[in-house]
Design a protein around this ligand. Structure first.
Ligand code: SF4
Ligand code: SF4
Length: 421
């Protein structure tokens, strides 16, 4: 596992090259060791892990935080004796409004159950009001303000509105429910900075294992970067990620605004100038929306679109399957809210198709199962995440049951995922 560790007061930064569960576990174990001074002394301390679970598209599509990273992190914390660990995320408001359980679709609930930790959809949290641009007040989840240790675990993604979604943008999931998310959507970059001045995670661990480029945050393409970026300063990490993606950091609107407000100083540039991250650089495709979405979402016109979108009539129409799908097809909506859940009756394995020397299924299994041998084993802790099924290059692993919403993920990503993984 290749890694780079750099420190220079007041910054510190670690980059790890990770391809398999084993690499991720090793990287997290190093992180827990190297950042030990930020970990609370009390084993009862409240630890909040905040992933990006913005969509029901799993980590292999580049959408959401990789279960291998969550699994390794929870295991590492538990090994150090921490008892009070919560995974919390306020999932995408469209799914929330449609009463679709993104957290369970991504199997994060099964993972949490296996490790005996708490899981919280922050959309249903008790909120505390904070101030945003233009005198707007909106509520953020109490857990995000009160955690003794807040670990932000964002996904490395492009974002068609702000350029990139990494540490800074991931805190949007701390807002409680659609009502509060809506209030802050206008002046998005500015409000992301407001959130970051009120909520200050102690540690950021960026999942760039399978990142997303192109039309993020939901409709881009998975990009196998095999990368985890760790540090304590979200501005610095977001700047590093922009450089890795070969985006000028000022094309990321949150970073541009942060610099204009004096939050990014010469120290940041000096530290960045001292870094040699050339071996991690890989150009990302920019998040260009189609002409209609670009026209409507331009900063000048977006407020009119948001005003229409927030009316009752539009909200009602958008909640219908037909109109909602039209919005998805037009590119005005990034997600397709399919209400059919997946029912998995197990996985099958065809040994005649299994390729000698391949280790992909076990590399990707967040539960550390010995695959493919353990696929059909009764009583195994398989959480039906389907990672093994999705990455197998020869389709030796089969699915039994009703795919439900997962059929749409396969329609969009099956071929790409098998190639990229
Ligand atoms: S991913 Fe597929 S081909 Fe590779 S070891 Fe697993 S079952 Fe065999
Ligand atoms: S065996 Fe496959 S479906 Fe089960 S937890 Fe591992 S990767 Fe996920």
């Amino acid at each position: 596992m290749e890694s780079l560790y750099q420190t220079g007061t007041p910054f510190r930064l670690d980059l790890f090259r990770c391809r398999s569960l084993r690499d991720v576990t090793e990287a997290i174990s190093i992180v827990l060791e190297q950042y030990s001074e930020i970990f609370p002394a009390s084993k009862d301390a409240r630890i909040l892990i905040k992933p990006n679970l913005n969509s029901n598209m799993n980590a292999l599509t580049g959408n959401t935080t990789d279960l291998r990273l969550l699994s390794a992190l929870v295991q590492g914390l538990k090994k150090r004796g921490y008892q009070n660990i919560v995974i919390g995320e306020g999932t995408n408001s469209g799914f929330y409004r449609s009463k679709i359980g993104v957290i369970s679709r991504l199997r994060v609930d099964s993972l949490a159950r296996y490790y005996g930790i708490e899981l919280k959809d922050l959309n249903y949290s008790e909120g505390r009001e904070i101030s945003f641009a233009g005198g707007v007040k909106a509520r953020v989840a109490r857990e995000c303000l009160e955690a003794d240790l807040f670990i932000n675990v964002p996904k490395l993604k492009t974002h068609f509105e702000v350029g990139m979604s990494v540490c800074l943008k991931n805190l949007m999931g701390c807002l409680v429910g659609q009502e509060n998310k809506k209030k802050t959507h206008q002046s998005l970059a500015e409000n992301i900075l407001h959130l970051n001045s009120n909520i200050k995670p102690h540690l950021h661990i960026v999942d760039g294992i399978i990142a997303m480029d192109g039309l993020g945050p939901t409709r881009g393409k998975p990009k196998n970067m095999g990368l985890i970026v760790v540090g304590t300063d979200p501005f610095l990490i977001d700047m590093v990620c922009a450089r890795i993606a070969q985006f000028g950091y000022r094309s990321v609107t949150t970073l541009k605004l942060a610099e204009d407000k004096g939050l990014i100083t010469k120290d940041y540039h000096d530290f960045l100038g001292s870094l040699d991250i050339s071996s991690f650089i890989s150009r990302f495709e920019e998040p260009k929306a189609n002409p209609l979405a670009s026209f409507i979402h331009s900063p000048k016109r977006q407020k009119y679109f948001l005003a229409v979108r927030n009316t009752r009539l539009f909200s009602f129409l958008a909640s219908t399957r037909f109109f909602g799908y039209l919005l998805f097809l037009s590119g005005l909506r990034q997600d397709n809210f399919i209400t059919d859940d997946m029912v998995c009756d197990g996985l099958s394995f065809d040994a005649s198709l299994c390729r000698a020397g391949c280790t992909k299924c076990s590399d990707y299994c967040p539960m550390g199962l010995t695959l493919p041998e353990q696929i059909k084993e009764q009583g195994s802790p398989c959480i039906n995440c389907l990672y093994c099924f999705l990455v197998c290059p020869t389709k030796a692993i089969g699915f039994k049951g009703n795919l439900g919403f997962m059929a749409d993920q396969l329609r969009q990503y099956d071929k790409i995922t098998r190639e990229v993984a």
